[in-house]
Design a protein around this ligand. Structure first.
Ligand code: ATP
Length: 133
């Protein structure tokens, strides 16, 4: 199968930079599968999984929201945070989930509901991806 270059960068590291056959990401309008020679595009990503296909095998990473840019010979994903399953501290994600759930249930004065909902989504996504290790 034809390959193209995929780069995933976060503020603290180059998370991934290799040739791949396909990547599937969660865009704001649903899942998006990128193959070689796809028409150029820039679109925001949602909190979710990145599924990378190489040599017929699949790798999965958790990402928070960001952007994907597809150019002729290269696809770049820029995100605030990305983790492989084995890097995910599930206890930490469980604690973040609990904090967000308590906030959303008790709704103390001044709570930023949207922010708590995003924290909950990040935690749920990490728990799901962390279980793949
Ligand atoms: P927490 O409240 O536990 O910090 P968060 O959702 O606010 O969670 P982020 O702001 O998304 O965390 O990420 C901050 C940094 O911490 C990033 O580098 C991210 O990769 C890392 N990180 C967050 N949660 C985990 C986790 N459960 N396991 C491993 N790394 C994590």
């Amino acid at each position: 199968m034809s390959v193209f270059h995929l780069e995933i960068v976060t503020p603290d590291r180059s998370f991934f930079s290799e040739e791949v056959e396909m990547v599937i990401v969660r865009g704001i309008e649903g899942d998006l599968a990128i193959l070689k020679d796809r028409a150029p595009l820039i679109t925001p990503l949602k909190i979710g999984k990145i599924r990378i296909f190489q040599d017929g095998k699949e790798k999965v990473a958790a990402v928070v929201d960001g952007y994907i840019s597809v150019e002729n010979h290269k696809t770049t994903i820029i995100t605030e945070a990305a983790e492989w399953p084995e890097e995910i501290d599930i206890e930490r994600a469980e604690a973040a989930k609990k904090r967000a759930e308590v906030l959303l249930k008790e709704r103390p004065d001044g709570i930023d509901v949207a922010r708590a909902q995003l924290a909950l989504q990040r935690a749920l996504n990490r728990i799901e991806v962390g279980k793949l290790k």
